[in-house]
Design a protein around this ligand. Structure first.
Ligand code: COD
Length: 304
């Protein structure tokens, strides 16, 4: 099916006819449990729930959730035990997708990156947040608001590659990637992000066989809005039409994500790729809809 919105991501997971096994790290939280219950109810997942069993059962009762066949609760008592066991389930092949529950992203990632027991694949892990922008009537991907703190040029190339994979899984055959900065022209050494943006675009253009078009630096308005482009005369295939926004570092990406979440109540689907299996990663304060869409997207990424 054609995926045009974040709701379509959920519909695509439902329509796949597949049932993925998810491992939820710290499920004792209302929006986490509700989103998992909706995914189980919709029939596209079965869930291993790690965390405080009594709290999970109490929340389920309060929410009218029956913890029936699609659920297995594995009681854990510390945060460390919870993340380690949830990651183990994926590592041992008992689950296809790891879902971040009410746990800090960094704690979960440290367990995922553990050299002996984790889910390392030799690739770079990065986070991609997908949202629908009604003003521009298109699906947009934002990266990386959650993992790579100050990526160098090499890591930025890998972050862009990961985002292109997610875009193509969503049916965007020729993603247009904008490398963000605060201006559209090189200003080095004062604005290092502008040089990185130009280098990443050049490296990908000259070394990769990809249908994607990568360009930068771009100020946000010139990346997404054709009106801004005509006023400022920024040219190229990406200008005003970007569908992947690659931020210079975590702060910019995370503030943009949270701005959309807080000021505009945007629903995201958030996924981490680059590990042996996909991770559904939303922010702890995200809505149940965002958590559910993140699970659906991570499940769809299993087919990549
Ligand atoms: N992909 C693959 N391997 C990685 C990655 C990555 N993105 N990051 C680190 N590694 C590997 C390194 O190569 C090394 O072998 C090992 O992991 C440890 O590397 P460090 O020492 O740089 O990593 P840590 O453990 O100090 O930090 C890794 C985190 C992912 C935890 C860290 O980058 C982090 O805290 N990111 C931000 C998470 C966060 O707070 N997000 C908030 C917004 S939700």
């Amino acid at each position: 099916m054609k995926i045009k919105t974040v709701s379509d991501i959920l519909e695509a997971a439902k329509a796949s006819g597949k049932t993925w096994r998810i491992s939820v790290a710290a499920a004792h939280d209302e929006p986490v449990l509700k989103s998992v219950a909706e995914a189980v109810e919709a029939g596209f997942v079965t869930a291993l729930l790690y965390g405080d069993e009594q709290k999970i059962r109490n929340l389920a009762e309060e929410q009218g959730i029956t913890l029936g066949d699609g659920f297995t609760i594995i009681p854990t008592s510390t945060k460390q035990e919870t993340v380690t066991k949830a990651v183990d389930a994926v590592e041992e092949g008992r689950a296809d997708v790891l879902v971040k529950g009410i746990v800090a992203t960094a704690s979960l990632l440290r367990a995922v990156l553990n050299k002996e027991l984790g889910l390392r694949s030799g690739q770079l892990l990065s986070h991609v947040a997908v949202f629908y922008a009604p003003v521009y009537n298109r699906l947009m991907l934002l990266t990386d608001p959650a993992i790579n703190i100050t990526p160098n040029v090499h890591r930025k190339v890998l972050i862009v590659r990961n985002a292109i994979k997610v875009a193509q899984r969503l049916g965007i055959e020729q993603p247009r990637v904008a490398m963000l900065a605060s201006v559209d022209t090189l200003n080095y050494p004062a604005m290092e992000a502008t040089l990185d943006a130009a280098l990443v675009a050049k490296i990908i253009r000259s070394t990769e066989k990809t249908n994607a078009v990568v360009d930068g630096p771009f100020a946000l308005d010139n990346a997404i809005c054709s009106d801004a482009v005509s006023k400022k005369a920024r040219r190229g295939k990406v200008a005003g039409r970007a569908n992947i926004l690659c931020a210079p570092e975590i702060e910019t990406a995370n503030v943009l994500y949270k701005s959309l979440q807080c000021f505009a109540q945007v629903t995201f689907a958030g996924v981490v790729i680059g590990a042996r299996r996909p991770l559904a990663v939303s922010s702890r304060a995200d809505s149940c809809e965002t958590k559910l869409a993140s699970i659906a997207l991570a499940c769809l990424m299993c087919d990549q």
